[in-house]
Design a protein around this ligand. Structure first.
Ligand code: NAI
Length: 269
């Protein structure tokens, strides 16, 4: 049930590649809650995905940008501000990519060029989009920025490989930029650490099906879905959470605090 929680808010949503993207569902929820926003992704992703369908449904435009390129980001903000009619109130950074994961390389066989690319795309891009906004004053006071993380930032999940380092760095950028942007202009920055959900990015992780089932059976509430994530993002983008910043918020059905569940234990009896 929509309550128009985001009425009058202007946003930018990164990462809605297709209907399985978490960002896709977040965009649908934001639209229902009265927000206006632009959509963005890399030119290749826009060509191969269905972002234009989502744009049509949410009465907006798609602006191509590589999130590792600060020139692209500047153009993205400026075009968004022009289209939306004012500075930005919320940003969803829903970006992840690792060639080491895609190529199923063992952790002790990483390609370092690809490792650096993983960090740049999946973590440093958040710093780039925050710094571009900070230097050019593209965000309104109390704007809310969300990035998506995973508990692999803190614990070892074998197939997660160099993405675990990207997520650890990402959460550190959330804390550090959250501090600086908070002091300067009351801008909030948080990470949502999300349960596994089926998407193009997650399918690349070796053994994803089993990781999904494992965390589902470990979590007292079961895995959080993309819809659960979208609901949380709406709350974090809204004015109900203006003092919540620099946090990693676990949207995982309780998984992060469970050592062993009876469902999983049963498999060993
Ligand atoms: P997805 O594959 O739909 O989204 C990843 C997006 O990143 C794609 O739209 C892709 O085009 C975009 N991207 C890649 N390189 C880019 C670049 N250089 N510039 C701009 N965009 C770029 O997959 P999903 O699952 O929706 O992933 C979104 C975020 O959620 C990622 O950060 C992922 O790590 C995170 N996450 C996903 C979980 C899952 O199980 N699906 C669990 C926890 C976190």
């Amino acid at each position: 049930m929509a309550c128009q929680l985001l009425k009058g808010k202007r946003g930018i949503i990164f990462g809605a590649l297709n209907t399985n993207s978490i960002a896709w569902t977040v965009a649908e929820y934001c639209f229902k809650e009265g927000a206006t926003f632009t959509l963005t992704n890399t030119p290749v992703a826009i060509r191969l995905g269905n972002t234009h369908d989502l744009a049509e449904a949410s009465k907006t435009i798609v602006i191509p940008a590589d999130a590792t390129n600060t020139e692209d980001l500047k153009i993205l903000y400026e075009k968004s501000i022009e289209f939306l009619g004012g500075k930005i109130d919320f940003v969803l950074h829903s970006i992840g990519m690792s060639k080491n994961v895609l190529k199923n390389r063992e952790y002790h066989e990483l390609d370092y060029t690809d490792f650096l690319k993983t960090l740049d795309i999946s973590a440093v891009s958040l710093h780039k989009l925050m710094q571009t906004a900070y230097q050019n004053d593209y965000l309104n006071e109390f704007a809310s920025v969300i990035t998506l993380s995973y508990i692999g930032a803190h614990r070892v999940f074998e197939g997660y490989s160099d993405m675990s380092h990207a997520k650890a760095l990402l959460e550190s950028i959330v804390r550090n930029f959250g501090y600086h942007y908070g002091k300067a202009r009351n801008v909030r920055i948080n990470a949502v650490s999300q349960s596994p959900a089926y998407s193009t990015a997650s399918k690349a992780v070796a053994g994803f099906d089993k990781m999904f089932d494992f965390s589902n059976q470990m979590s007292p509430l079961g895995n959080a879905t993309a819809q659960d994530c979208a609901g949380l993002c709406v709350a974090l983008f809204s004015d109900l959470t203006t003092k919540l910043t620099m946090q990693t918020i676990y949207n995982d059905g309780g998984f992060s605090n469970v050592g062993m569940s009876s469902d999983v234990l049963l498999k060993f009896t």
